[in-house]
Design a protein around this ligand. Structure first.
Ligand SMILES: [Zn+2]
Length: 223
């Protein structure tokens, strides 16, 4: 990592510790990246197999547009580095964040035959870039999980092209990918989406004593 990009590494490491504290990236799960230059494309990205609660600047690597390490290879980049490059290319994102939360995992697997999670009617949707009203419907594509990263990156690219308004996608029984123009935008998107996943998941099973049983909790009730 070049010294002038040390602040990006520090930011990514701090995000890892914050997300770990929220339970969104337990153990070595999840990965994060930020664009350092566009021409040529260079990303700062978390190394593979690093505990996210103990993430430090030294665990952040630099990769090129082929997801290969730039400079001295001290560690391997995240196995999912290709997905980050694909998202940056298709969305012109400045930051890409990937979490493995309980609620993201549950919702992404709740409907084995559905390839989208629709969320609408929540005030918190306004935290997504460009969204002005709770009446917005966010269509979050659900992509089948795959250990072949080259193949998965192609599916991700096609899915992003077919869903130009999506702020995120879910990998089935795996986790959330979201992004933003800046790393701060991407972090806000994770916070908003993880809130919504938990609200929908808990809302689907919560029945207040004496309350109405037929409360509309959005995605689950509409499925
Ligand atoms: Zn993952």
């Amino acid at each position: 990592m070049r010294s002038n990009n040390a602040s990006v590494a520090r930011e990514l490491a701090a995000i890892g510790r914050r997300f770990y504290a929220r339970g969104w990236v337990q153990g070595t799960s999840g990965n994060f990246s930020a664009v350092m230059s566009r021409e040529p494309l260079r990303l700062a990205i978390t190394a593979s197999s690093v505990h996210k609660g103990q993430l430090r600047d030294a665990h952040i690597l630099e990769i090129d547009d082929d997801a290969q390490i730039v400079g001295t290879r001290t560690r391997a980049p995240s196995a999912e580095a290709r997905l980050h490059v694909e998202i940056v290319r298709r969305r012109n994102a400045g930051g890409v964040l990937h979490t493995h939360s309980i609620w993201g995992t549950i919702l992404s697997g709740a409907w084995p035959h559905r390839d989208v999670l629709d969320i609408d009617g929540f005030e918190m949707l306004k935290g997504l870039s460009g969204v002005r009203t709770h009446a917005h419907i966010e269509h979050i594509p659900i992509i089948e999980n795959d250990q072949d990263m080259a193949r998965l990156a192609e599916v991700v690219g096609d899915t992003l092209d077919r869903n130009p308004d999506a702020h995120a996608f879910l990998l089935r029984r795996h986790g959330l990918y979201t992004w933003g123009d800046t790393l701060a935008d991407a972090e806000r998107h994770v916070e908003i989406l993880e809130f919504l996943f938990e609200a929908i998941g808990r809302g689907a099973t919560f029945r207040p004593e004496g309350g109405e049983r037929e409360v509309d909790y959005g995605a689950i009730e509409n499925s």
